[in-house]
Design a protein around this ligand. Structure first.
Ligand code: ADP
Length: 700
């Protein structure tokens, strides 16, 4: 398909200082969890985004000084001469596809962890530095200021020598440059505090010094924060940084900067989830930077639609479409736009599972793109699937995220006969009903992308409304069976630490409901409802919001000290709690429900004292259970399998263990890639990385 001419504007080159970006797709710096610790994984992860057509591809935060040490988080440290070669691998991988490579040079100041270096944190002012990791920061002397600036310059030199085209003087997200700029964190009375010009001096001097050293060779980018929406918790801007002041700084620094990279508010706002922030919610703020500069501007907006991207460029407010999460979800978005393959774009769900995984020191991952982070260690490519010579017919039972993903991968690999059988009339598994809950609509993109893919794969036949029994499977004529029958919520009150059914908890009674029952339309017999939540993520709050909107008097009783602690890992905890508060939902923290009757729930509070809440009904968001009966029945009788010509039966997704949707997708994907290995039931071992990139490549 040819490109839609309306999208041609996205493929115009953009000059930034001494460099030219080949198009307007720009992968902004974002954490990957690879840093310089896993240089090959970093290189493969960024390289595939360049291959997919992103014209600029940036690496995450690269602290310029040892007193900006992020451990336990993983950063791309560049404070020592040996740090360059690790990053050179990444710059080369990006260049191999004609893109420009950027590096986020940063100093965290008072926000640094310094867990490894054991150096004191540094800040413009001690009193205003805030307590973190058990102590206050050192107030920077003039010598410290000069030293950090020299570190920045040396780091910029190393970055250029490593092949980077764009170096950042990064001030967003409350790092050291912002700490100097904000009067709340800068109480200095010398030339670096007080007036706007003084508070901006450290930033401007650093820009000038970096420009002096590498300006002719590299483009200089700086990332600023403008105000966010004052009505949204966690989004009301960075403390003390006002938009008018920031615009004044942009005007003052303009001649030193080749690319303005603009964010809003604090990170939970800038990377707000789709549950609470629509695409492009930052526009009223970020687009104001154009008032102060004619230089190229990039801003993010979790844009997934090329129509919207082109429209935004046409406004003239920004020159580049910045993206982190969409580039994780679909590294090949630009190429798909260029080739008019719009229905193949894997749209980001905005669930921030990438952030949850990476920020909690897991391998980065994505609910839409199972290959994210697996480019090097598993050798997975988002668009290339090792072809198979295996022509055995495969039956996939269960059309949830795991079964759909597995069938898509099998179809793309060239399996000639794949049948995907789903009991319900619609594909999607648990997402069929989750996507209909308040705020969770965009998660349905996981189903939509796979449904479109399946419709285009002629070798895959989808059969819906067909619940297969053991007998059906044995008679089906398949040689390989994948059981992806998922999980369901328990209706008996079994919960973590309490493996016995809860007295009175029986979802056959009208006053006891499971999440599935609520979504199927069942309601408690009276107005007062307790949602009992030991799950800690989205399900309890979403059901509470649904019922509150219908006029029920809803309280969430949670075992945790805060409502939905998992949502803090996806950056949406504060917003979620405010949202529910405004929806009129009450919360009881730290309670364990141990019994239910038709007029109350009973249990203990966090101190072990008795606790009771009167109610007309309870929704149990306690624990899920794998629906693996079909797998157990099939594998219990190997001779019946042999007679039926079934060589292998595999179990994937929630039917193995109920997990995040991203993990069910990953599981289905993994099996699809490895199903023709001799021992496909066991995941193949992945490559581990030795830290020395100059050494011989590790072998699998
Ligand atoms: P996962 O996330 O692991 O894909 P889900 O629970 O979301 O799990 O989806 C499992 C799907 O399997 C559901 O759509 C369910 O209707 C379907 N299913 C369960 N048992 C059978 C069966 N015996 N035959 C066909 N489909 C089934």
């Amino acid at each position: 398909m040819p490109m839609d001419p309306r999208h041609a504007i996205l493929f115009e080159p953009v000059r930034i200082g001494p460099k030219t970006l080949p198009n307007r797709f720009y992968q902004v710096p974002h954490a990957s969890g690879f840093g310089t610790r896993r240089p090959r994984a970093q290189a493969a992860f960024r390289g595939v985004r360049a291959e997919g057509g992103w014209g600029g591809v940036c690496v995450e935060y690269a602290p310029v000084s040892p007193d900006s040490d992020e451990i336990p988080a993983v950063a791309a440290n560049i404070w020592a001469d040996g740090d360059g070669p690790a990053l050179a691998l990444t710059a080369a991988a990006i260049h191999a596809h004609g893109a420009l490579a950027g590096l986020e040079l940063v100093h965290g100041g008072a926000g640094s962890a310094n867990g490894s270096s054991r150096l004191p944190r540094i800040a413009p002012s001690q009193a205003a530095s805030g307590v973190q990791w058990g102590g206050l920061a050192k107030e920077m002397t003039r010598d410290d200021i000069g030293r950090v600036q020299r570190d920045w310059v040396s780091a910029a030199r190393r970055a250029c020598d490593a092949g980077f085209d764009i170096v950042y003087v990064y001030g967003a997200h409350g790092y050291l440059l912002s700490q100097f700029f904000s009067p709340q964190t800068n109480h200095r009375t010398d030339g670096y505090g007080g007036s706007l010009a003084n508070r901006g001096r450290f930033w401007l001097e650093t820009l000038a010094a970096v420009r002096d050293k590498v300006g002719g060779e590299c483009a200089i980018a700086t990332r600023v924060t403008v105000h966010g929406d004052p009505g949204v918790p966690g989004a009301a801007g960075l403390p003390g940084i006002e938009v008018e002041e920031m615009l004044a700084l942009v005007a003052m620094a303009d001649e030193l900067v080749d690319l303005w990279d603009v964010t809003v508010g604090a990170w939970p706002d800038d990377s707000g989830t789709s549950r609470y922030f629509p695409e492009g919610h930052q526009r009223p703020w970020t687009h104001r930077v154009r008032e102060a500069t004619a230089k190229p501007v990039v801003a993010v907006g979790r844009y997934t639609s090329p129509d919207l991207m082109a429209e935004i460029i046409r406004t003239g407010a920004v020159d580049l479409i910045g993206s982190a999460r969409q580039a994780i979800a679909d590294p090949f978005l630009p190429r798909k736009v260029a080739e008019g393959r719009l229905d193949e774009i894997r749209e980001c769900t905005g669930s921030n599972i990438c952030i949850l995984r990476e920020e909690t020191f897991r391998q980065i991952g994505c609910a839409q793109n199972a290959t994210a982070g697996e480019e090097y260690r598993r050798g997975w490519h988002p668009e290339i699937f090792g072809p198979t010579s295996d022509d055995r017919p495969v039956l996939v039972v269960g059309g949830g995220p795991a079964g759909m993903e597995c069938a898509v991968v099998l179809g793309k690999r060239g399996f000639t006969a794949v049948h995907l059988a789903e009991a319900q009339a619609e594909l999607g598994g648990r997402l069929r009903w989750i996507r209909r809950l308040p705020t969770l609509g965009d998660w349905g993109r996981i189903v939509d992308w796979r449904r479109v893919q399946l419709s285009q794969l002629t070798a895959v036949q989808v059969i819906t409304g067909c619940r297969l029994t053991r007998r059906d499977v044995l008679q089906y004529g398949a040689s390989v069976v994948v059981v992806a029958t998922g999980s369901s919520w328990r209706g008996d009150g079994v919960q973590p630490g309490h493996p016995a059914p809860m007295p009175g908890a029986d979802s056959r009674a009208p006053h006891v409901l499971t999440p599935e029952q609520v979504c199927a339309g069942q309601r408690p017999p009276g107005r007062r409802v307790i949602v009992y939540d030991t799950d800690g993520y989205f399900m309890g709050p979403a059901l509470a919001e649904l019922l509150a909107a219908e006029g029920f008097d809803v309280t969430v009783a949670t075992v945790y000290p805060v409502l939905s602690p998992v949502s803090d890992e996806t950056l949406e905890g504060e917003t979620l709690r405010a949202h529910l508060h405004r929806a009129g939902v009450g919360v009881c923290h730290g309670v364990t429900v141990t019994a239910v009757d038709s007029s109350a729930v009973h249990g203990v509070d966090r101190y072990g004292d008795p606790w009771t809440a009167e109610c007309d009904g309870v929704v149990l968001v306690t624990q899920q259970v794998s629906q693996d009966a079909l797998y157990r029945e099939l594998t219990a009788d190997p001779s019946a399998l042999e007679q039926a010509g079934i060589a292998a039966v595999h179990l994937v997704g929630d039917a193995v263990a109920p997990r995040l949707i991203s993990e069910a997708v990953f599981d289905g994907h993994r099996l699809g890639r490895e199903i023709d290995r001799a021992d496909a039931g066991l995941p193949a071992l992945w490559r581990s990385e030795r830290p020395n990139p100059a050494g011989p490549a590790p072998r699998r």
